[in-house]
Design a protein around this ligand. Structure first.
Ligand SMILES: Nc1ncnc2c1ncn2[C@@H]1O[C@H](COP(=O)(O)OP(=O)(O)OP(=O)(O)O)[C@@H](O)[C@H]1O
Ligand SMILES: [Mg+2]
Length: 203
């Protein structure tokens, strides 16, 4: 399966385009890395691709089919700041099961401890919360993961553990990944190809 974003243009404010005629293709068996200057529009592109921004021009397709948005969105965005995407009034078991109930083995692989499930989001560290947001995104209906600087807040050892687990799961389940990062060394390890944002954005 291929995720294609074709000729995407978008501006938050009139006459101030952020994305212009940008096209990107991601196969389900690859990790595509994306690097670029701060403020250039990478997160904006991530939001377009994963359905958070809707009033763009161009198309986002899976094997040339437009995405049916009434159902579970098959392109899941994982943000840099997990706390911003979680309801502070929900305990972690509810935050997770809103998406699905992952098997215990997968929870162990991501180092997610059972006793965290009964806590509120503000009772966990950023790195602990990020494990929940990654696991939440790995719903069986997910076809692509858009990872927008997801490991910036993790120490080096945890970063490797989380990426290993994510790469392994995605490979086994034929989930393609777009990985946005400023960390060139990380992308060189995890990505099959690395794209430079300024080269694909036709501003
Ligand atoms: N909701 C918004 N309304 C108006 N402007 C916005 C909004 N979100 C982002 N921008 C602007 O759009 C531009 C692109 O932002 P974006 O977050 O996509 O950059 P980025 O490449 O992800 O940067 P970074 O590497 O720092 O994460 C920036 O100039 C930013 O200020
Ligand atoms: Mg960003």
């Amino acid at each position: 399966m291929y995720l294609n974003a074709n000729n995407i243009s978008y501006a938050y404010k009139k006459n101030k385009p952020i994305l212009k005629n940008l096209s990107i293709s991601i196969p389900d068996n690859k990790v595509i890395g994306l690097m670029g200057d701060s403020g250039s529009g990478k997160s904006t592109l991530c939001k377009v691709i994963s359905g958070y921004i809707k009033n763009y021009t161009g198309t986002v397709t899976l094997d040339n089919n437009l995405i049916e948005t009434k159902d579970f969105y098959p392109i899941q965005l994982i943000f840099q700041h997990p706390e911003k995407t979680m309801n502070p009034k929900w305990k972690m078991h509810k935050v997770l099961s809103e998406s699905w109930n992952p098997p215990q083995e997968l929870m162990d692989t991501f180092g997610l401890k059972d006793n965290w499930l009964g806590r509120w989001p503000n009772e966990l560290s950023g790195g602990e919360l990020q494990r929940f947001s990654i696991l939440r995104a790995l719903n069986p209906k997910t076809k692509f993961i858009i990872a927008d600087e997801i490991s910036t807040m993790l120490d080096a050892v945890t970063q490797v553990q989380i990426w290993d687990a994510l790469l392994d799961y995605c490979k086994q389940n034929k989930i393609g990944i777009l990985a946005v990062s400023h960390d060139k060394e990380l992308l060189e390890v995890i990505a099959d190809d690395i794209l430079l944002f300024n080269e694909i954005n036709k501003l």
